[in-house]
Design a protein around this ligand. Structure first.
Ligand code: ATP
Ligand code: ZN
Length: 216
């Protein structure tokens, strides 16, 4: 027949902290992707997969809209964006935590210490959820980057940002006082995949699970 061959469209980060590990995972799954510099998309030569290289923040929206069928993206981005996608599999890389930090030496007993303060963050939704859970009222100041410098320039008295080693906080004279989310890269899926696309995803998931087992 002339029916098009089913293919799965995967969105991964174009460049940044998740890019190399995303490419490595595909490679270890036995999937060959030529990663041309500055290419928007690429097709696997030996698996029914097309890879789109995108800004990580946009991946949940693209998967919700079925522009991509699946994506590799940090849980922090998935939960901040609140898009309707299924979180299908933890991928074991991109591990970090979303934490609140205040200037070193400052007294911090509990979240109540944040009452009335101004918190700088790129994650306003997750911070507001945390404050609501704690019954604390504080002002959230959304900034898109360099959050850790906000207290030093008098923009905020606390921050909420991604942390892995904690060295960035330390260098900026901040101490971590609350972890509001543990995060790693996950595979997200459009919630209305066609059966033939789900069948390809099942094959991919089987390979991903084998790679994860072999790594442990
Ligand atoms: P852009 O969107 O402009 O490409 P970004 O800051 O969102 O930049 P990265 O810094 O590459 O992109 O981070 C991508 C993801 O990597 C984060 O959303 C998070 O899931 C993960 N990550 C792991 N460790 C860290 C860390 N120490 N700091 C920031 N992100 C981390
Ligand atoms: Zn981003």
């Amino acid at each position: 027949s002339n029916a098009p061959v089913a293919k799965l469209k995967l969105a991964i980060q174009k460049s940044g902290r998740l890019h190399d590990d995303s490419m490595r995972l595909l490679k270890e799954c036995g999937i060959d992707i030529s990663n041309g510099v500055n290419k928007l998309k690429s097709e696997a030569s030996n698996f029914p997969l097309e890879v789109f290289f995108l800004r990580d923040d946009d991946i949940p929206q693209y998967v919700e809209d079925a522009v991509a069928d699946i994506g590799f993206v940090g849980e922090n981005v998935v939960y901040e964006k609140k898009k309707k996608v299924d979180v299908t599999e933890k991928l074991g890389f991109g591990k970090c935590r979303l934490s609140i930090a205040v200037p070193k030496g400052e007294d911090y007993g509990s979240a109540a210490s944040l009452q009335g303060k101004r918190i700088a963050t790129s994650y306003p939704v997750l911070v507001q959820d945390f404050l609501d859970q704690q019954g604390v009222k504080a002002e959230i100041h959304e900034i898109s980057g360099s959050v850790e410098i906000a207290p030093g320039i008098g923009l905020a008295s606390a921050i909420c940002d991604l942390v892995s080693s904690g060295s960035t906080l330390f260098m900026n004279g901040l101490q971590e006082v609350e972890t509001i989310l543990q995060s790693q890269a996950v595979l997200i899926r459009n919630s209305n995949l066609k059966p033939e696309q789900q069948a390809i995803l099942d094959k991919l998931l089987f390979r991903i699970q084998s790679v994860k087992k072999a790594r442990n």
